[in-house]
Write a protein that binds this ligand. Structure first.
Ligand code: SIN
Length: 191
């Protein structure tokens, strides 16, 4: 089980005088938009790769049987595609609770699809957080995802909805698609 990052995030950035800020979503924030936003634009960030290496004890799993959700791993030359939302800083009161299982807010440079750049925030669960699970073979990750369920629903729904959203964005996330294909290939017990 991880330490709750809510309080850490509240003290990380100073929003005084700021009316709106970009938030970059690369996982469930792409498809589960339970927060108000002023504008949204497909975007990417450089040098980061999406990986199902973070444990989920609170949304897509339980402390006894954690699920797996995505975080970002630093990788020179990598590009992670996602969705940027321009939000009021107030939105972080909700999102810091939603992302509390190990994620911290980092400042990053966004590249919008028209080539322009902006500064924004992104939630990353770094390797030193207690819920970090790390690398595993695709089939093992798929097996864990197939069996995990948490208060936000089945872990498989997280994977399938993310894969669908990435396709809609024109992303070629081989990692996500490989795990999706393992999940679809075989029923839970055969994985
Ligand atoms: C994100 O979507 O940007 C963070 C990870 C998640 O909530 O799935």
């Amino acid at each position: 089980m991880s330490a709750d990052t809510t309080e850490h995030n509240r003290n990380r950035q100073d929003f005084s005088g700021i009316e709106s800020i970009w938030l970059f979503g690369y996982g469930s924030l792409i498809y589960k938009v339970d927060f108000p936003y002023l504008e949204k634009r497909p975007a990417s960030i450089q040098g980061w790769a999406r990986r199902f290496w973070q444990g989920s004890h609170d949304h897509r799993g339980t402390p006894e049987a954690p699920g797996r959700v995505v975080t970002l791993i630093e990788q020179p030359g990598a590009k992670c595609k996602g969705m940027a939302f321009r939000v009021s800083p107030k939105v972080f009161e909700h999102l810091d609770v939603r992302e509390k299982n190990g994620y911290l807010r980092f400042t990053t440079t966004l590249t919008f699809d028209n080539g322009s750049h902006g500064e924004g925030l992104v939630y990353i669960a770094t390797e030193d957080n207690e819920a970090f699970l790390g690398e595993a073979p695709d089939a093992d990750i798929a097996r864990q995802i197939a069996s995990a369920v948490g208060p936000s629903g089945p872990n498989s729904e997280y994977l399938l909805r993310l894969a669908e959203s990435l396709r809609a964005l024109g992303d070629e996330c081989t990692h996500t698609f490989a795990i999706e294909s393992c999940l679809k290939k075989a029923p839970e017990e055969d994985l």
